[in-house]
Design a protein around this ligand. Sequence first.
Ligand SMILES: *Cc1c(COP(=O)(O)O)cnc(C)c1O
Length: 476
Amino acid sequence: MKSLITSPLNLSKKEMQDFGYKVVDAIVEHFDNQDRKLPVSNIANRKEIDSLFSEEAPENPMPANEVLKFVLDNVMPHSNIMSHPKTYAFVPGPSNYISVMSDALATGFNIFAGGWIGSSAAAGIEISTLNWLLKLFGFPVKKGGGIFTSGGSMANLTALATARKVKCGEDFSRSVIYLSDQAHSSNIKAINILGFRKEQVRIIPTDMEFKLSINKLKNAIAKDKLEGLQPFCLIASSGTTNTGTVDPLEDLAAICKKENIWLHVDGAFGAAVILSKQGKKLLKGIEKADSITVDPHKWLFQPYEIGCLLVQNHKWLSGTFTEKPVYLRDIEGNESEINFYDHGIELTRHFRALKFYMSVKTFGLQAFRKAIDYNLELAEQVEAELRKSKKWEVISPATLAIINFRYNPVNESFTENQLDQINQKISARMMDSREALLVTTILQGQVVLRMCLINPRTTLEDVKSTLNLCEKFAAE
Ligand SMILES: *Cc1c(COP(=O)(O)O)cnc(C)c1O
């Protein structure tokens, strides 16, 4: 068979179309079937994976269709299907087809979203979509600003670099940062990257409901001030990854205002709930934060990668990230023509805003609101289901579509240790069965099962059948 490649790195128009249609067919097949046919999870070990992929870089060409076939046969089946209705673990990635194709367009035209001169339209769409989000969160649209990042980790890093610059200037040797023991690990990672020492970080315990304890925070701040240190930043969570818990944002905002502390709300997982009426109430106070992280690739149903940082004042970003190398001298736009390389860490940037823009335009915000409402309702139905069963105990109630529970039958008296083992076994058996992706977490020292129900295609029937299977595994 003749190679598709007729000149270095080029295909004919016909070859591009043939190959492109095959790729589209594969993606459509995935969207059509992902739900019920494939095993949810099929993670191989290092040895199996090496035997498939480890090879010298080939000098000679191979027909593109063969490469594609190999990839479809070997790569996709050894990845968890994050959009599967029975993927309950971590934070599922329901995604949507419009955004997938939008990403193909952004990549296909290889649009440079770093600066105005790379693409004025990319900058314009980023400005416009960021404004949508600013407005949703009650941030000022004109004065506020933001940036799309690869994900929540990068958004948190960008936020903390900005907070430090604004609150501490050049000298942060006596600055102290506060976060709860339920805050996401990416925050500690960011703190480490930024070069803070361990003594500059206070992990504030949470209460019985996994909320940051106001009293303990106040004590820590007071003590640090007595020692001549500078409390400069608090990281609150609007939807912890473990339990979906929202920290008491109103109270925290008041403390931060009084103490001149930057309030960063890490809403990578949960801030999107603002789109629902119920969620908007839960997040009351978020509009008083200095910065918010929200991950459109989580609960705004976008494919990876798109995270987002929002700030009250766009000048905070440009004041932190603007550098003027000589080779960028000629491309400065005017003040209103934003160069996003001046608002964050990356220079060359993928046109991430496009997928968010095209999917919101296509479906309308209403569809996103409905999906989130559905997720919240489903989690509550699951909670009701668990509560009326004699086998299950709810450990953390449905909160932002996350629920934690454990197998603990009323008519048996297992020790705590036995219960931990049984619940661990349920998760392990489930992984082996490939029927559902369900893993444990640890809450207040107990091994519990955690479900994150943000996939609009997940039904109560899906969850019930998974719970039945859990009960079967528990009894084995
Ligand atoms: C997922 C998550 C992050 C990290 O976001 P990535 O997009 O995975 O980098 C940060 N904070 C919270 C609360 C999260 O749930």
